[in-house]
Write a protein that binds this ligand. Sequence first.
Ligand code: PLP
Length: 437
Amino acid sequence: MSQAAKWDHEFVWHPFTQMQDWLQQIPVVIERGEGIYLIDEDGKKYYDGVSSLWVNIHGHNHPDLNKAIIEQVGKISHSTLLGLVSPPSAQLAKELVDIAPEGLEKVFFSDDGSTAIEVALKMAYQYRQLVGQTKKTKFISLTSAYHGDTLGTVSVGGITLFHEVFHSLLFKPILLPSPGIYRDVADREQAFEASLQELERILQDQHEEITALIMEPLVQAAAGMLVMPEGYLKRVRELTKQYDVFLILDEVATGFGRTGKMFACENENVAPDLMTLSKGITGGYMPLAATLTTKKIFDAFLGTFEEKKTFYHGHSYTGNALACAVALASLEVFRKEHVIDNLPPKIEAMADALKSVEILAHVKEVRQRGLIVGIELEKDVASHIPYHPNDAVGAKVAVLARTKGLICRPIGDVVILMPPLASTAEDIRDMVRILHE
Ligand code: PLP
């Protein structure tokens, strides 16, 4: 084992990892990145099939992003947003508002997806207190949702495996059954209608106590890439508006081109009251997040010091200049390289290539939305017999794919793929070929 691997085993505690298993394996040490490839310390190249967890949308070592960081380092790396302004954060806020869905006009910076969600939840909650809707204290969230790992975001999460141990520490949202996805069209339509009917019932009965509904638009990612039925988001928007409940859209994973549009909600022409962004925002160069909201919500926080209307929330790195500078460069890459316009043939190439996977013996279902893919495996598809958790089938596929030059990830029995947007159609076909093997 290399020195890095030894120190890793001795000192590092990895996220979402059973460390007992980890310590029995020789880890792969990634030393460099080049375009859509990761390169380990032995020089072996791998496709970064998960964009290093959704973030490296333009790949690695992009000259324009490198340049932005270097230029900003030469000026200043960080100055606090408490009482001071930094040019990159001001410009980034403007540019985010320019491309955001209509009505989102104010930007609150933080550091990662979880903090962006915490900010959205607290903003929505405090807004209601400020405008005298003091009974509106509850949130609605969806079953199988995932919004992060801090206590607030875990509270609105719906994945039992991650959350049950912390149960007594959490606040309890009203859980709405996710429409998820079913192979059978009739089941899918039924789930769609059932979920919306339940939402309407909840809103009719309790809207006076509900501040906001939070959801991932179009795809529940950590649930195993559960694709929502077309039109669901639009209906949720209509209902929440009708009952004066804010819609918080968690675009942490889906934002910045993943679904084929800049933001997933554009696919259904929906504008939320609050929207959270992170992951792809800096192209994987620096941790950064943003919570966007409306002028109506912002204005409710205006007042004198004594009125105590201030939003008392902030982090040391809020609006970090390096992160904002590279986020601006990433938006410039979107424009210069026509990233969004170039996506449709890549998405099509993915759909086409996945047909070869769909027909494999142990593939229960292939789910795709844009460049987001989940391949669900089952021991016996005809008889609906799942693998035993100890089979760790998803993890085994991911390890085998890695030996063949593709980094992908398992979520239980679902193998996930979300390649960099910078991948060509040919790259995508090759990644799927490896998965197929
Ligand atoms: N929201 C969604 C939809 C996510 O997929 C994630 C992370 O995977 C988060 C929030 C949390 O983001 P972070 O891990 O940056 O805190």
